[in-house]
Design a protein around this ligand. Structure first.
Ligand code: HEC
Length: 161
């Protein structure tokens, strides 16, 4: 009886895991549905690629969970800022897709001339498609509200800088 109960419990757990996997998949697909880059839809494959590229190229400064560096709002003694989070607690979502792309490709100086920053330029390290994938991954982690606000900022930046 005890054994049978364990088998049943095991089956129930397996069932739950299957349901969780399914829910995650659906959630993942739904999230992808809501994620765009420069108004273009983004695929699940791109986001998965972006996640790997993020871990390899960005996580060392911006954090494995996009949490940023400790005390990221306080300028260091050399006058430079630490790496901010890329999740909704930071201000990445305050920037248009256009600016996020420029910052990642060419550094913060690309949007703020003569600005000194520890943010490296990824031109020559990541292709434009890879930069797009990394940013799509970052965007896919934002809650609906932040994503909607950022979509408006991006739309208003059209034809601009
Ligand atoms: C060597 C550390 C380092 C690495 C690696 C790094 N960053 Fe940064 N990043 C920074 C710092 C520091 C800042 C803040 C710059 C400032 O404002 O002076 C920053 C800022 C940014 C910003 C602007 C955010 C905002 O809210 O203003 C974006 C976008 C960004 N990084 C994207 C990336 C991406 C994408 C990667 C990986 C492809 C990456 N960074 C890798 C250090 C890094």
């Amino acid at each position: 009886m005890k054994r049978r109960a364990m088998v049943l419990a095991g089956a129930a757990v397996a069932g739950l895991i299957a349901i969780a996997a399914l829910a995650q998949k659906q959630d993942g697909e739904a999230r992808v549905d809501g994620v765009t880059f420069l108004g273009e839809p983004v695929t699940a494959t791109e986001i998965a690629l972006g996640q790997d590229l993020y871990a390899a190229n960005c996580a060392s400064c911006h954090g494995a969970s996009l949490e940023g560096q400790p005390d990221w709002r306080r300028r260091r003694n050399n006058g430079r800022l630490p790496a901010p989070p890329h999740d909704e607690t930071g201000h990445t979502w305050h920037h248009s897709d256009q600016d996020l792309f420029k910052i990642t490709r060419s550094g913060v100086e690309a949007v703020v001339p003569d600005y000194e920053s520890d943010m490296p330029a990824f031109e020559g390290i990541l292709t434009d498609a890879e930069i797009r994938a990394v940013l799509a991954h970052i965007k896919s982690t934002w809650p609906e509200r932040e994503r909607a606000v950022q979509a408006k900022i991006t739309a208003n930046d059209e034809g601009g800088s």
